[in-house]
Write a protein that binds this ligand. Structure first.
Ligand SMILES: NCCCC[C@H](N)C(=O)NCC(=O)O
Length: 419
């Protein structure tokens, strides 16, 4: 590998393909929420079963994501993006065309196995091509386009109204089609990548540092607060916004499916633009912890507004939208500042292991709480335990963000870990 990098135009072309691939991946991830109500009315699925369809995405990654990171280092970002996009397509297809719950759950499991490693591979792809030039901005943009995929899944009841009118299956078949488009973008990226890689302009693979368990003990206190915040904040935001919020809006706030999906999508839409913008701002100001604490605080406030007031849904949507844009925009650059560069991969791998366990547990817990309390359109009060659970978890996340600020963030440039 030389110090030379691929040309800017090549980098942006690869960046665009990676972002397109991410769009499809995030669309499929969020394709269950909009059909949750149909799965219950047409297939008799319980809330626990609907929750499981998303929980099972995270479950294998409680272990596999560490392996996935090593594989990305070993085989390179392009190959791993391509292979995992293929696994994701197989999972999305199985989910859409399975005749029973077991088959659907197996499809989501397969999708989860591919998708999280795919996510690491896409981050690595951008790091390969952007190196020191506009890296945070490029990552923010790619994440933003991914959020557009999530928003599109939520908007799909409006855009593909005739598919939804036919039942639960056509919307999931559309998701499988979008997974195929994600694979096509990954294939093109892999194909274009061969030139710069052969020319020695990119990491060649086979360079992975040996994984050493002892490394995990060397992270400072700030890292553990960040990890706890990552687990709590992502568990609430993903279990609520990606699994239960559309149903909650329908049953508690009386919205129809299309309006509920649209309302949910504004959170993701805001993040499309705001995530790169916040990343750019934090980079300029060189302050991370206060922004992170502020973003984390907005989540319990938003949930409180939703559950305890009759204020317009726009208020909670705006609050969650800001939180959803700000926290990820700051969290990953902040992680790179509080651990040594040589341990960054291990640090993110461990964060995602815990994050996936948290998301999975939160989906199970929320579905179980709803089923226990008989949550439904006829019994909207049955959603109260789920909202209390999310409220407490998000408050704990906020405490972690404050502790992180106290530990690491009082200086203007915040901590830079020793190598
Ligand atoms: N595709 C939705 C789940 C992504 C989880 C992933 N581990 C992650 O944290 N990605 C960064 C993000 O903010 O989406």
């Amino acid at each position: 590998m030389t110090d030379k990098l691929p040309s800017r135009s090549t980098a942006w072309l690869i960046g665009a393909l990676v972002a397109m691939a991410l769009f499809g991946n995030y669309y499929v991830y969020d394709s269950i929420g909009p059909v949750a109500d149909l799965l219950q009315s047409q297939r008799g699925f319980s809330d626990s079963q609907v929750g499981l369809l998303n929980a099972i995405y995270s479950l294998p990654n409680v272990v596999l994501i560490l392996v996935g990171g090593v594989l990305v280092d070993r085989f390179g970002a392009a190959r791993m993006t391509l292979w995992t996009a293929l696994v994701c397509l197989a999972g999305a297809t199985l989910t859409a065309f399975s005749p029973n719950f077991f088959g659907m759950a197996t499809g989501r499991l397969l999708f989860g196995i591919g998708a999280e490693t795919f996510n690491i591979a896409t981050l690595a792809a951008i790091a390969d091509y952007f190196g020191g030039r506009s890296l945070a901005f490029a990552m923010g943009l790619a994440l933003g386009v991914g959020r557009l995929g999530s928003a599109s899944a939520d908007m799909s009841p409006t855009w593909f109204a005739s598919a939804y009118a036919q039942g639960w299956q056509p919307p999931l078949a559309i998701a499988a089609g979008i997974a195929a488009a994600s694979l096509a973008a990954s294939l093109l990226y892999w194909w274009l990548d061969r030139g710069p890689r052969a020319a020695g302009l990119l990491p060649t693979g086979k360079t992975a540092e040996k994984f050493v368990w002892r490394d995990l003990l060397h992270f400072g206190r700030a890292y553990w607060y960040l990890l706890a915040l990552c687990v709590l904040w992502y568990s609430v935001i993903l279990a609520f916004r990606s699994t239960f919020s559309i149903k909650y809006f329908q049953h508690v706030h009386g919205l129809d499916l299309a309006t509920a999906g649209e309302m949910n999508s504004y959170v993701f839409l805001a993040a499309v633009f705001a995530t790169p913008a916040f990343g750019w701002l934090c980079d300029r100001l060189q302050r991370y912890a206060p922004f992170l604490a502020f973003g984390a605080l907005l989540l319990p406030i938003a949930l409180g507004v939703l559950a305890l007031t009759h204020w317009s849904l726009w208020v909670s949507t705006a609050l969650i939208g800001i939180s959803f844009s700000l926290v990820p925009a700051v969290m990953w650059p902040m992680a790179s500042r509080i651990v040594a560069p040589s341990r960054f991969g291990t640090a993110i791998g461990l964060m995602w292991v815990a994050q996936n366990a948290g998301i999975s547990g939160a989906n199970f817990a929320a579905g179980w709480l709803n089923d226990q309390a008989g949550a439904s359109a006829a019994n909207p009060a049955g959603y109260a335990p789920m909202m209390e659970f999310f409220g407490i978890a998000s408050l704990l996340g906020c405490v972690c963000a404050l502790m992180l600020w106290l530990t690491a963030g009082r200086r203007r440039h915040e901590v830079k870990a020793p190598a």
